[in-house]
Design a protein around this ligand. Structure first.
Ligand SMILES: Nc1nc2c(c(=O)[nH]1)N[C@H]1C(S)=C(S)[C@@H](COP(=O)(O)OP(=O)(O)OC[C@H]3O[C@@H](n4cnc5c(=O)[nH]c(N)nc54)[C@H](O)[C@@H]3O)O[C@H]1N2
Ligand SMILES: Nc1nc2c(c(=O)[nH]1)N[C@H]1C(S)=C(S)[C@@H](COP(=O)(O)OP(=O)(O)OC[C@H]3O[C@@H](n4cnc5c(=O)[nH]c(N)nc54)[C@H](O)[C@@H]3O)O[C@H]1N2
Ligand SMILES: [Mo]
Length: 671
């Protein structure tokens, strides 16, 4: 991102035209980053709560007062009978920078002895699915897509969530490559594709097994690749044999002929590119679904060629020295709390996992009062009068409303950082281009100051941000060879030390225990799971919960609105106005059965909670599925609720991830 600064003020942000992947453009939201940075609602001073909890009334205080109060309250809790594990840090994706996201903050909490947070809310199911199959969460290089002769956008809304991939897809298409979307919604991405497969949510593993059934049965496989580089072909053949297209049609809701044709096209392609993304894995069997799809290119040998293979992420290629940054060695043995169970952690005395109740919550880079599942329970927890809550933020979010102390944080324009990527292979240095707005401070600085006030004298609490960047690079893995702070200062961004084209598994080399693509996984077996790819129905489905499915027959997908980044940017007026209001997209058949017409207000509800939305009756969702573009802030909705009032705290099969889209609801006119 290039920032134009005039007289100390940022006036414009733009993509870097020289960047091989982002190619000179920014997404809809980040285009508004200057506006967001100088927004009148930007937090510029530390605040102390002056009204009742959750009322949102605060008074400005000095940094000295704020830091003293936070340090002394946390120290008191640490020294109390409950001990330091009563303190819980909570952070996620606000900034994904290594310095402002996972460095001094971790050192601070480790030294104080706080509980650890299992950061599962986004990607863990798929990440573990990839690890168990190809060995790490890495995959095909998107820059190869123009060489591809078949592109599957499988459970990803590319034009919204990953727009920088699109020019590569268009380049392939100009060469005649068909582009296919597999998604329960005809998203703006699916609309641009040549074909749309409206799959029933949570059934992708069955579709992939059905494709394998055809690939094996019709010998559309690369025997040489299978023999040299895979483990468990016999077992996988047997499993795939259980999934003939007719059976898969009943599971997925797709016609058997279309499943067969898709498999044949995949098998006959020279190099099919499968872009899966994280939306796909937010279901009970999400980890297995990713694992199963990740097996496909090993059947056909597409990994051998540029443009072939699967990509969920590229992130594991960024081998930063995380231990040097986070210093886990500084932590005593403590419990770990899963972030998707925040509701339970705050409302159950032993935090649902044993040990002391959570008495202090320190939130940064996250807005759990909007994004965490089972929002009703999360809000009941945040409302506890005895909970001491600190929020480091840019804005007065739903979460900040419940804080005792709010601390103003800097934005990307105001601080140093170094970034990995999860869809390409370039490291980025983030330089501050303007001075902090108001009295805002970087997260790293806030935790350095808190450490000093709390009397944590360890030298690791004194490293400055450039030192932190150096530490993340010095002991880094071979793919970061040549990436130094000096080189980054000179170049801004740098490609990882991977070849071009980057074909990670052209000749095997899978970083699994066997060195092969593991169709059979002993590690999964040891975890008590099926060692071979398999289909697990959603928790909330007629197969697994028939009574529930009768009361709540519709699956709610609450994937991001085009204008929002999870809950970030919801308060930026032009973006919010473009998103209009909380909406529910419902198929004409489902709407008619409920006397719902476009424009009326509906209640979307289940046993966990409800939220209001305006109905939009359209056939861009498959019957039985409804869509609520998300993630709204409660304070901008008519009822103060959002879609996460209905989502559950259950975990995926692998990685303890969330099941946001494994969620049955009913919809009724709200009068
Ligand atoms: N504009 C914008 N961009 C973003 C984000 C954002 O909030 N806004 N978030 C960023 C983050 S943190 C992430 S993790 C990524 C997420 O990026 P994606 O994974 O692309 O995100 P989602 O929009 O959650 O899901 C994508 C699609 O999966 C579909 N889907 C849901 N369930 C299923 C299923 O069972 N099977 C199949 N085949 N499809 C299914 C949804 O209908 C949706 O269209 O995007 C990043 N980019
Ligand atoms: N229903 C439903 N729920 C979802 C999702 C969904 O698709 N549907 N998506 C899920 C996914 S994929 C994810 S990744 C999570 C994301 O959930 P979060 O990690 O909570 O992400 P955001 O909602 O973007 O909120 C991030 C907050 O961090 C703040 N922030 C940004 N930069 C900084 C900084 O440098 N310092 C500080 N202190 N604060 C900063 C922003 O102002 C913003 O309020 O949400 C999940 N929740
Ligand atoms: Mo995410």
């Amino acid at each position: 991102m290039l920032v134009t600064v005039e007289n100390g003020r940022a006036t414009r942000v733009a993509g870097d035209p020289d960047h091989p992947f982002t190619r000179g453009f920014l997404c809809t939201k980040v285009n508004r980053y200057v506006e967001r940075t100088y927004h009148v609602d930007r937090l510029t001073r530390p605040l102390r709560r002056s009204g009742a909890k959750g009322q949102g009334r605060f008074e400005p205080i000095s940094w000295d007062e704020a830091l003293d109060e936070v340090a002394s309250r946390l120290s008191d809790i640490a020294r109390s009978g409950d001990g330091p594990q009563a303190i819980l840090p909570y952070s996620y994706a606000g900034t994904m920078g290594m310095v402002q996201g996972s460095s001094m903050d971790r050192r601070f909490f480790h030294l104080i002895g706080a509980s650890k947070l299992d950061r599962t809310i986004c990607s863990m199911a798929g990440t573990v699915g990839m690890r168990m199959t190809v060995g790490a969460n890495i995959g095909a290089d998107a820059e190869g897509i123009p060489e591809s002769d078949l592109v599957l956008l499988w459970g990803t809304n590319t034009l919204t969530s990953n727009p920088h991939l699109w020019p590569f897809v268009l380049e392939a298409r100009r060469r005649g490559t068909p582009v296919i979307a597999i998604d329960p919604l005809r998203t703006r991405t699916a609309q641009q594709c040549d074909e749309w497969f409206p799959i029933r949510p949570g059934t992708d593993a069955a579709l992939a097994l059905g494709m394998m059934h055809v690939l094996f049965a019709e010998e559309l496989v690369d025997h040489d690749y299978l023999r040299r580089y895979t483990l468990g072909e016999t077992e996988l053949r047997a499993r795939a044999a259980e999934y003939p297209p007719e059976r898969v049609a009943r599971i997925t809701g797709l016609p058997a002929e279309r499943i067969t044709t898709l498999a044949q096209r995949y098998g006959r392609a020279r190099a099919a590119f499968v872009r899966i993304n994280y939306g796909l894995q937010r279901h009970a069997g999400g980890g297995m679904a990713v694992r199963t799809i990740a097996c496909l290119p090993a059947l056909t040998g597409h990994w051998r060629r540029a443009g072939g293979g699967v990509q969920l992420s590229t992130s594991a290629n960024f081998e930063f020295d995380r231990a040097a940054l986070e210093r886990p060695d500084l932590s005593p043995p403590v419990r770990t709390i899963n972030m998707i169970k925040l509701g339970e952690a705050l409302t159950q005395p032993d935090a649902g996992v044993g040990g002391p109740p959570v008495r202090a919550l320190v939130v940064y880079n996250s807005n759990p009062a909007a994004v965490a599942p089972d929002r009703g329970m999360v809000l009941r927890g945040l409302a506890r009068p005895d909970l001491f809550t600190v929020v480091l933020e840019h804005f007065q979010t739903d979460t900040a409303d419940w804080a005792d102390i709010v601390l103003p944080a800097t934005t990307q324009l105001e601080h140093w950082d170094v970034h990995l990527a999860y869809g390409h292979h370039y490291v980025t240095l983030n330089r501050p281009s303007i001075a902090p707005v108001g009295e805002a401070k970087p997260n790293s600085e806030i935790f350095r100051l808190l450490a000093a006030r709390a009397g944590l004298a360890h030298p690791a609490t004194r490293d400055d941000d450039l030192t932190l960047i150096r530490q993340s690079l010095e002991g880094a893995g071979p793919k970061l060879a040549g990436v130094t702070l000096e080189a980054l200062l000179a170049n801004g961004w740098m490609r990882l030390a991977v070849p071009r084209p980057y074909l990670p598994f052209a000749e095997g080399g899978f970083p699994t225990p066997s060195g092969r693509c593991e169709f059979v996984s002993q590690r999964l077996e040891a975890m008590g799971l099926d060692p071979v790819p398999t289909y697990t129905p959603p928790y909330e489905s007629p197969e697994r919960a028939p009574a529930l499915a009768e009361r709540y027959p519709l699956t709610l997908i609450s994937s991001p609105a085009h204008q929002f980044l999870n809950s970030t940017f919801v308060n930026i007026e032009p973006l919010r106005h473009a998103a209009r209001e909380p909406e529910l997209v419902i198929h004409p058949l489902d709407a008619a059965a409920r006397a719902v017409v476009s424009g009326i207000r509906v209640a979307v509800h289940n046993d966990r909670g409800e939220f209001l939305a305006v109905a939009r009756v359209e056939d861009c969702v498959r019957p039985g599925t409804v869509w609520a573009p998300s993630v709204w802030w409660g304070k901008f909705t008519p009822d103060g609720h959002n879609a996460n009032h209905t989502t559950s705290q259950r975990e995926t099969d692998l990685g303890h991830g969330p099941v946001f889209y494994d969620n049955l609801v009913e919809v009724s006119p709200a009068d």
